[in-house]
Write a protein that binds this ligand. Structure first.
Ligand code: MN
Length: 713
């Protein structure tokens, strides 16, 4: 049994000496411990232990996966900024920039509050957590921190136990899974289940205990039998009996299986030195014990996305009992247990290891992005699809393997490659033959997709495609608000407003020219579209007819009527779905103001920057974008900039004059000439878009003004 809990630095140090051979690095770690111990002196955890026990154990967990010395130092120091008023600068002077940055990042992550009840919100939170992290070591450190907190969860109240356990299952175990860090993931899962559903957990433990003797006997007998064949063929190997995690049994029971049906309760793992030997072992086992064909999986040729490699087979063993056998090399085992963390390497030099980890993290971010687009129902479907359906493997013309469910079409393939490829597919060539788009791909097909930049998906495809991913992407394409939709929406909104304000259709049409002129629309269709896409509000249009005859009270009523109800405790002026305390900054390039359609961009190591949707600086950064909304409960003024083109260099007074009787403040004005025109760059403080639009329209009424536009740098 490996030690899971330590109580002093010597135990950690002994463990570290086994794989960190550089004396200087060990000295630095010792220095970090002494510093942290000093700073945490007198602090206690709720469990009553000295606080330093926590960072010590977090470091110890990380030493299990051979974390590098900087990460170990950061683990020892990880709560000093938060709990001991140590500054980043102090850490930087004492332990260098790398360690200080790691500690700063973990402190930031620890300030995020995660809570959510639906899959979309939770996926969003995972995305923010991963997207904000620029160094994957921070996530690994966070997982170790969480693991030690889960091990000591007994000290908390039942309510907090349950909340922490839920958060662990929602946010952290999926991340550990995607990063392939199985050793941490499965312990987190078991601990979460124990606190979330203690009844179920202890029921399973009891059942396992009851059948343990019988199972152990079978396993020993089977191990001997397999070992004997392998020895006869001179294959050097090790065999271990494998116990299934409580959580994985729970998942199977939860899916409706009975305890007796879970046949991989009897499980072995065979270790050999080379990949070739893995297949040899498989052949020998199959020659003696009949395999169940459907249960064979070759994850060596086709590794899982989290890099997992192994051969899996289920055979009829001793007494006809089913045994699940996994065959892998020692190297593969390291990856299976530690995933991305198996890439700490002391031979290759750090830059190399960092680079490789960063690449994996990049890939991982993209996967997180995929999950985020799904609703809960879609999520369940795609999991079912992954787990229950048979897969085929097909190839790109470059020989890359792509795994798809049986029955997939070239369109599924195209969307799996990239959604751009999917959206622009016009035809497919399989094994050098042209095939229809509803062709069912076969194992080992080589698939080439023909695309045309201006082509778009057909709704018909929804009946053809097999994968949830392709279906979602096609639907997403059609859900994008089109002109047509905007037109209808705008017409609807305006008619509603007309009815509400008791303006008849005749009056409206009598005034249409006035409206079009004032709002600079070519025709009524353009007007509808601009209402549909929120450029004009319906009330703004009707105001033109009624000559602002609406009373102030009515205006206020209109404004408050349709507003969403926002939780009163949100302090930020911008709301990021399901998460608070995340740092939000307003982009200085496009200076959004309340009422603008906005989008968040997740900045590495920083927070979320909010841009206008039309800002060209965010158009190509899809995988780091996130939905954000204005907090309707907060009123404040935002700076934004206008570019005013004029024929006249004498209109400054008029620009300023148009702000009188409004609550718009001018912050700065710069003017310069360009050719025959004069350009004014005006930065103003304004409360919302409606007021800005009004001001811009007022400016446009000034003679000699050519154009008034918002500035985007
Ligand atoms: Mn901690």
């Amino acid at each position: 049994m490996k030690t899971t809990k330590i109580s002093n630095f010597e135990q950690l140090y002994k463990k570290l000496q086994k794989y960190i051979k550089n004396e200087e690095e060990l000295e630095e770690i010792k220095k970090a411990y002494i510093f942290a111990n000093e700073k945490h002196k007198g602090q206690k955890r709720i469990s009553g232990e000295n606080y330093i026990i926590h960072p010590l154990n977090v470091a110890y967990i990380l030493s299990d996966i051979h974390a590098d010395s900087k990460t170990i130092e950061a683990a020892l120091l990880h709560d000093t900024i938060e709990d001991c008023d140590v500054t980043k600068e102090e850490l930087e002077t004492k332990f260098g920039q790398e360690v200080a940055k790691l500690v700063e990042s973990i402190t930031k992550i620890n300030k995020l509050n995660f809570s959510g009840d639906n899959e979309a919100v939770i996926a969003n939170q995972r995305k923010i957590l991963v997207g904000m992290t620029e160094d994957v070591r921070v996530i690994i450190l966070k997982l170790a921190d969480r693991l030690h907190n889960m091990r000591t969860l007994w000290a908390l109240s039942e309510k907090r136990q349950k909340a922490n356990a839920k958060e662990t299952l929602d946010i952290f175990t999926p991340i550990a899974h995607r990063l392939g860090i199985n050793s941490i993931k499965s312990e987190l899962e078991d601990l979460s289940l124990r606190y979330l559903k203690p009844d179920v957990y202890y029921q399973i433990v009891e059942k396992l205990n009851k059948t343990k003797v019988e199972r152990d006997n079978y396993i020993v007998e089977m191990m001997n039998s397999v070992s004997k064949i392998l020895n006869e063929h001179g294959l050097k190997h090790e065999i271990k009996g494998r116990s299934k995690s409580i959580y994985s049994i729970y998942k199977k029971l939860d899916k409706g299986k009975s305890f007796n049906e879970i046949y991989d309760l009897l499980a072995l793992r065979v270790f050999v030195n080379t990949e070739a030997e893995c297949y040899q072992v498989l052949g020998l086992i199959h020659s003696k014990f009949r395999p169940i064909p459907k249960r064979f999986k070759d994850y060596i040729a086709m590794p899982k996305t989290n890099m997992y490699q192994s051969l899996h087979t289920t055979v009829f063993g001793i007494d006809g009992q089913l045994f699940e056998i996994q065959i892998r090399t020692y190297e593969m085992d390291k990856v299976a247990e530690n995933g991305i963390a198996s890439h700490w390497s002391y031979k290759e030099g750090k830059s190399n290891m960092q680079n490789e980890m960063e690449q994996k993290l990049q890939f991982f971010r993209v996967i997180m992005e995929l999950k985020n687009e799904e609703t809960e129902e879609q999520f369940v479907d795609s999991v079912k699809e992954d787990v229950l359906k048979d897969s085929i493997y097909v190839f790109t013309p470059m020989g890359d393997v792509i795994e798809l469910p049986k029955g997939s079409t070239p369109i599924d393939f195209a969307y799996r490659v990239h959604s751009k490829v999917g959206d622009t597919t016009i035809g497919a060539i399989v094994n050098n033959n042209i095939v229809p788009l509803d062709y069912q791909l076969q194992d080992n097909d080589i698939v080439k997709i023909n695309t045309n930049k201006s082509s778009t998906p057909s709704k018909e495809w929804l009946n053809i495609v097999k994968t949830t991913q392709a279906k979602n992407k096609i639907k997403a394409f059609f859900n994008k608000t089109t002109k047509e939709d905007n037109h209808n929406k705008g017409e609807d909104l305006l008619n509603k407003e007309l009815r509400k304000r008791k303006v008849t259709n005749t009056i409206f049409h009598d005034n249409i020219d006035k409206i079009l002129e004032e709002l600079k629309c070519a025709d009524i269709n353009e007007l509808y579209i601009n209402i549909g896409n929120n450029k004009f509000s319906p009330s703004q249009v009707v105001n033109i007819i009624t000559d602002d005859n609406v009373t102030k009270e009515e205006l206020i009523l209109n404004k408050t009527k349709d507003k969403e109800v926002i939780l009163p405790n949100v302090k930020n002026d911008i709301i990021v779905r399901g998460i608070d305390n995340v740092k939000v900054n307003i982009a200085s390039c496009c200076k959004p103001i309340h009422g603008d359609r906005i989008v968040g961009y997740i900045t590495k190591g920083y927070g979320i920057t909010v841009h206008r949707m039309v800002c060209p600086n965010v158009s190509n950064l899809n995988e780091r974008l996130i939905e954000v909304n204005w907090n309707e409960a907060i009123t404040k003024k935002y700076p934004t900039s206008l570019l005013i083109k004029s024929l006249d260099n004498n209109i400054l007074m008029e620009i300023v004059a148009k702000t009188s009787n409004t609550d718009i403040t001018i912050q700065s004005i710069k003017s310069f000439s360009s050719g025959d025109d004069y350009i004014y760059q005006v930065t103003i403080l304004v409360e919302n878009k409606e007021r800005l639009t009004k001001y811009m329209n007022d400016l446009r009424m000034i003679p000699n003004i050519l154009s008034v536009e918002r500035l985007i740098k």
